[in-house]
Design a protein around this ligand. Structure first.
Ligand code: ASP
Length: 439
């Protein structure tokens, strides 16, 4: 059985980090397929190589001189090569890159060189085979990733290969033109490779010891999560949790391969397991809390609304006509509220209001801005009584006014709407009641 190991940019930012990665890979014989990101930041004020490449290519595209910028990128790789004492020259590669930049090969091509070059170094350092992602990760003409063709190409290419490095983040169209995933896309490549080789685990190595119960910018040193299901993670990711690229779940999910988030700087930590299903209870009733600010509530009132067939559809049509997606629609007997993203809605609000009047003929419409949504997620909620009660008494004690409550039928999460100004207080209150008071 083999493992796919993906290393993020901060894990590969310098020769010193590369050495830690080398030690991790050599510590386990099953770590045979490696997916590297481009070198990330060495310190908080540093620049990621991917961003350097985008900036450099922008100059090339404008027909300006980019020699200095390209040299700075080359220097970053040379520092790694020298630090690892490798006999490797990237001169030829950089000549080719310079030529392609001048010929305006595209910003996707430019950005992909970060992973490509790091992959070459990694392969040399480990003595593994280098497999250019452009030859195995395929995109359709409309820019969508071609999952099935990729799986077939990868399986063919990797059959009989004992150990390989496949750079993350990019692939190519059939004609060979390079295309990248969205930012953070090396996570997706790792998942795709794990699916293709039917790995027993997809290890995703980063700079934190896994998923945390809450945002560390709000909660001081929050607890870690040992095991989380794909569905829980998706709920939390949607609300702003950013451990993994959200599309990275799908390829492994279809094969039931677990993802293990690990910390390159603390390799002995178990990290977090992301699994399809588990009988392991989470340590607390809740698995995580996440949220986002910047929502608007559009309150629509109409007497006898409950008995008017088609009212909801007509209201939502006004949003659809203006291409605004809605988040939640809690309703009462004579009222219906539509939660939308404030920045999407703001410049279209009067069009939407007149649309609702035209289509649904309500008595009144009232808009409330500056709201936040908080998702309290946990597979344990289904079998635990009183979770909602505990959340709301904690919020009441913290003087937080709850504007909206929504519990999906899956009983996997409870969504709470509060004023933006109460956002942090609310998260702290919920964390305290479920985590701090349980420790
Ligand atoms: N290097 C790319 C980025 O900075 C992709 C990745 O790291 O996953 O977004």
């Amino acid at each position: 059985m083999n493992k796919v190991v993906k290393f993020g940019g901060s894990s590969l930012a310098s020769a010193e980090q590369f050495k830690k990665v080398g030690a991790i890979i050599r510590a386990d014989d099953e770590r045979k397929f490696v997916v590297p990101s481009a070198p990330g930041k060495r310190s908080s004020d540093d620049t990621k190589v991917t961003d350097m490449l985008y900036a450099c290519y922008e100059l090339a595209e404008q027909g300006k001189d980019f020699t200095e910028q390209l040299q700075a990128i080359k220097d970053r790789y040379q520092e790694i090569i020298d630090g690892l004492e490798l006999k490797l020259s990237l001169d030829k590669e950089f000549k080719g890159i310079e030529k392609n930049f001048k010929e305006k090969a595209g910003s996707d091509y430019a950005a992909s060189r970060g992973e490509y070059l790091n992959g070459i170094i990694m392969a040399k350092y480990l003595g593994y085979e280098f497999v250019d992602a452009a030859t195995v990760i395929r995109f359709k003409p409309d820019g969508e990733h071609d999952a099935e063709l990729t799986n077939q190409l990868l399986r063919e290419r990797l059959s009989g290969v004992k150990a390989a490095v496949i750079p993350g983040f990019y692939g190519a169209y059939e004609d060979g033109r390079v295309k990248t995933f969205s930012r953070g896309g090396s996570d997706i490549t790792g998942s795709i490779v794990a699916r293709a080789i039917k790995a027993n685990v997809y290890e995703n190595w980063t700079d934190v010891s896994g998923v945390l119960v809450a945002d560390p910018r709000i909660i001081y040193k929050p607890e870690g999560v040992e095991t989380i299901t794909y569905r829980e993670l998706r709920e939390l990711a949607y609300m702003g949790f950013s451990v993994l690229h959200e599309d990275a779940i799908f390829p492994v999910r279809s094969e039931g391969i677990p993802i293990n988030i690990r910390n390159t700087n603390a390799p002995d930590d178990n990290g977090t397991w992301i699994v399809e299903s588990t009988c392991q209870k989470s340590k607390y009733v809740i698995t995580g809390i996440a949220g986002k600010k910047g929502f608007c509530a559009v309150n629509i009132e109409k007497e006898m609304m409950n008995s008017e067939i088609g009212f909801g559809r007509k209201v939502l049509q006004a949003f659809e006509e203006n291409e605004i997606s809605f988040e939640h629609v809690p309703s009462g007997i004579d009222t219906m509220t539509v939660f939308v993203h404030q920045d999407e809605f703001m410049h279209k609000e009067q069009k939407v209001v007149s649309g609702i009047h035209r289509l649904a003929d309500p008595d009144s419409i009232d808009i409330e801005a500056d709201l936040a949504l908080i998702a309290v997620v946990g597979r344990g909620m289904k079998s635990t009584r009183g979770t909602a009660g505990r959340i709301f008494s904690a919020l009441a004690h913290a003087n937080v006014n709850v504007k909206m409550i929504d519990q999906g039928s899956s009983e996997l999460n409870i969504i709470i709407g509060v004023a933006n100004a109460d956002f942090e207080t609310a998260i702290k209150a919920i964390y305290d009641i479920f985590v701090i008071s349980q420790i």
